[in-house]
Design a protein around this ligand. Structure first.
Ligand SMILES: [Zn+2]
Length: 440
């Protein structure tokens, strides 16, 4: 059965998020406003919000609009709500325990996700692209609970599970060979183009917004080699073409140079990690317009915490082998104009600290404006949601954040957002959670 309207169904779910007070008019006085569409910072602006949408953005008038509630951010920098294109909200922080995903029930795990979702929103991230869980579909449940107002969190585009080869980078690793995992951990396991098409359909019928393919081994999955391809180009193409039947994109986890090139040639929307990319791969990405989602912060976190907590040597070695190489590849990709969308692999490090990666992107070659664009408008284009979010423009959702002072000089400040609004509802003000976010 084909359901060509899957994307529009997902869009409709996002659209029906209810504002707390329908049609309330709010006048936000922004001292500095980050205009990511034009790459400039505007001074002294009015963002007029009606209900859950932005109605107008214009110079601050001599008097605020009559009847509007004024929010004074005149000493702050106001930016569109941030977007992280690579999170795992229902996964807890990685640890040395390979059995961790088997020690919790699905209910316990998704409730952990509730906490992570709140932390992510209060960290200034009003949208995430959540790229898979070991136990399939927990992210679908979390997304739906956020959309119907049960849970506080970012808007989510979710992958539902991983399309992976048996015992590949998307499987829970470390079991004895005669142990069989429960089926909910293996929903996306596929070993041929036909099986891939079947599993893509299963995930889409389960309500996902995108497909995640594990194209190479992984740093954090023991027994797999990040440099080694795990699918053929033909197999990845099977996922891309099947997903396209439903209007969905494919994101490919790929560290190794060969796996990256196979995925790009097969037509994936984005390369996740891209750690060991070579010049040919970079050239191909420019040519095909493929997005790169480079998690260049978390290598430092894994190295520090992994050493302290005694994570397995194999994982620490693979992390060392990919961290610096990834940053050098990132620098080259920035220089030649690869489309780069912000993504951090939150879940590997604590959720809510996603903005820590912004200064890293500047350190390795982006301007501060480019880094902010990657975490807003470019990210929105990657997901396919730039018609409704990613910049502060009339008609888009009133998703915005603020930080004290002139934040564009030093993006470290975005790790301390003082104000968060999503869909016209304020969740953080004066650096403190407010409204429903204040109740714990
Ligand atoms: Zn990941």
């Amino acid at each position: 059965m084909r359901i060509p309207t899957a994307l529009s169904v997902a869009a409709a779910v996002v659209m029906c998020v209810a504002p707390a007070r329908a049609q309330e008019v709010v006048a936000i006085h922004a001292g500095r406003l980050v205009d990511v569409e034009h790459g400039q910072v505007l001074r002294d602006q009015l963002v007029l919000v009606r209900g859950e949408r932005i109605e107008a953005v214009q110079p601050w008038p001599t008097r605020p609009p009559a009847g509007a509630r004024v929010i004074d951010l005149s000493r702050a920098t106001v930016a569109p709500g941030l977007i992280d294109c690579h999170t795992h909200l229902v996964d807890d922080i990685q640890s040395a325990d390979v059995l961790a995903p088997l020690k919790r029930s699905s209910a316990q795990q998704v409730l952990v996700g509730v906490r992570q979702a709140r932390a992510t929103l209060l960290g200034g991230f009003t949208t995430v692209r959540d790229v898979g869980t070991y136990r399939a579909f927990l992210d679908v449940a979390l997304r739906d609970a956020i959309n119907d107002g049960t849970v506080i969190g970012p808007r989510m585009a979710v992958a539902g599970g991983y399309i992976t080869v048996s015992t590949g980078g998307g499987e829970v690793a470390g079991m004895a060979p005669d142990i069989t995992l429960p089926p909910e951990f293996r929903v996306g396991v596929a070993n041929s183009p036909a099986e891939i098409r079947e599993k893509v359909r299963v995930l889409i019928h389960g309500g996902v917004d995108l497909i995640k393919v594990i194209a190479t081994g992984a740093v954090l999955t023991s027994g797999t080699n990040p440099g080694a391809p795990e699918f053929t180009e033909e197999e990845i193409h099977a996922a891309v073409s099947e997903a396209a039947e439903y209007g969905l994109f494919v994101a490919a986890h790929a560290h190794g140079a060969e796996g990256i090139k196979r995925a790009v040639r097969a037509g994936v929307r984005s390369i996740e990690h891209g750690s060991l990319i070579d010049d040919e791969g970079i050239r191909l990405m420019v040519e095909k317009g493929t997005y790169l989602v480079p998690d260049i912060y978390n290598g430092d976190y894994i190295a520090a915490v992994g050493k302290r907590e005694g994570w397995p040597q194999e994982i620490l070695r693979k992390n060392d082998e990919t961290t610096d190489a990834q940053r050098q590849g990132f620098r080259k990709a920035v220089a030649v104009g690869v489309k780069i969308a912000f993504g951090t692999d939150a879940g590997v490090y604590p959720h809510g600290e996603n903005a820590r990666q912004l200064p890293y992107m500047v350190k390795y070659g982006m301007t501060p404006m480019q880094a902010l664009q990657s975490a807003t408008i470019v990210a929105a284009r990657l997901i396919g949601w730039d018609d409704r979010l990613g910049s502060l423009a009339p008609g888009k959702y009133a998703d915005l954040v603020a930080v004290d002072g002139d934040a564009t000089a030093n993006l470290e400040t975005f790790t301390k957002v003082t104000f968060v609004m999503k869909g016209g509802v304020v969740y953080k003000e004066g650096g403190q959670p407010v409204g429903r976010a204040a109740a714990r």
